[in-house]
Design a protein around this ligand. Structure first.
Ligand code: MG
Length: 389
């Protein structure tokens, strides 16, 4: 089998965007003069990669991370490395792309580009074998995939409580909220962040797991104080308190708290995760398969994590992560971004692909009989997109 064509399609959303009060701390919110600290972290485009073979198979990969830049990297750097190659040699092709780009790559968009291609190659492998990708990775390790609801963006406490009660009633046994108040609001903001958690705990009771997202928005001292004040609320984890490069400070925080620390949503490749493990810095890894190096790299990181007692709970749901969760004992559950109106960008994939798993009673299921990733591109309802090839 040979790769005959690689196409990149940038889906740019030009439709309505729901302007709810999506306030949360971000890396930018520590800076002065910021009117909208979320701006850099809302994204309204997505990249799809199609890889075609000489026997007529088409594999689909995708990238949500800086999709315009990722498209350029694939088109200008990786396409020519792959045309004519056997798509089933995914390990070799990963190394070929990684080693060819290491001088300017290693992390960020270049690895997102490799990831998108790797996902498409595994989709082809699954279709060729007439098996779902999870069956090729490690098979079924669970009857179904437990999932937690990832939203609760508002900082209006009444609305927050209503939403939390609604998700619980839908059967979700875990849910994640965001820190609504940035570091620049000081101790008063810190108390309000704690109050948000308290209100959600009060609403859902003790049997629902609560997670708190900090989205890289804090520093060491603020984080230490916040962890101290959150101790009574039995959080399942607290996510990305610091910048991804503050591995040493994550390790220090871990010594100050019993609340599990999660991160790695913005870390890349087995080398990045090996550094996190060596520093004993996190309890939970949250790579996204479409950023970390695709399935080829994700399965290696799962093994490293499992050996070291670290859980893998990938960022963002989507089929490429669900195949990893289903096939690995390192991974107990998946994140679930529900299909909503377009708000921050995390929900965009629902409008591009058909075949994404929909939660029922807080659980996700993968079909044993759907080969490859199990996704196709939507052919209707695309009037709100500019699609740039
Ligand atoms: Mg996150």
């Amino acid at each position: 089998m040979k790769i005959t064509a690689i196409r990149t399609k940038l889906y740019q959303w030009k439709g309505p965007v729901k302007t709810i009060d999506t306030v949360f701390a971000t890396p930018v919110s520590l800076l002065p003069f910021q009117e909208d600290a979320q701006a850099a972290y809302r994204f309204f485009s997505w990249l799809v990669v199609e890889i075609e073979t000489d026997n007529g198979l088409v594999g689909y990969g995708n990238a949500g991370l800086s999709p315009d830049v990722t498209k350029l990297i694939i088109d200008s750097k990786f396409k020519s490395l792959l045309i004519g190659e056997n798509p089933l040699n995914n390990e070799y092709l990963y190394e070929k792309m990684y080693r060819s780009s290491v001088a300017y790559g290693r992390k960020g968009s270049v690895i997102a580009a490799i990831s998108a291609i790797d996902i498409a190659l595994w989709d082809i492998k699954g279709q060729a074998a007439k098996q779902p990708v999870f069956m090729l990775l490690g098979g079924r390790t669970k009857e179904y995939i437990p999932t937690y609801y990832s939203r609760l963006y508002t900082r209006n406490l009444d609305q927050l409580q209503q939403e939390a009660a609604h998700y619980k009633a839908q059967g979700f046994t875990g849910m994640k909220l965001r820190c609504g108040y940035p570091l620049t609001e000081g101790n008063a903001g810190l108390k309000k962040n704690v109050e948000m958690v308290r209100k959600v705990r009060e609403t859902v009771g003790d049997d629902v797991e609560i997670m708190l997202e900090c989205y890289m928005g804090f520093n060491f001292n603020y984080s230490r104080q916040l962890l101290k004040e959150l101790e009574p609320y039995n959080l399942r984890w607290i996510e990305e308190m610091l910048l991804p490069d503050e591995i040493h400070n994550f390790a220090k925080l871990k010594n100050y708290t019993d609340i599990p620390l999660s991160g790695g949503e913005h870390e890349y490749t087995r080398f990045g995760f090996y550094d996190l493990l060596k520093a004993d810095s996190l309890d939970i890894f949250q790579f996204d398969t479409n950023r970390v190096g695709g399935f080829t790299e994700a399965q290696k990181i799962c093994t490293l994590a499992y050996m070291n007692g670290v859980e893998v709970i990938p960022h963002g749901g989507q089929m490429h992560n669900l195949h990893v969760v289903m096939s690995s004992f390192a991974s107990p559950m998946a994140e679930y971004f529900p299909q909503t109106e377009i708000e921050v960008g995390n929900e965009m994939f629902w409008y591009i692909f058909d075949g994404e798993a929909v939660a029922e009673n807080g659980k996700l299921q993968l079909d044993d009989n759907k080969p490859g990733m199990g996704l196709t591109l939507k052919t209707e309802g695309l009037e709100h997109f500019n699609i740039i090839e």
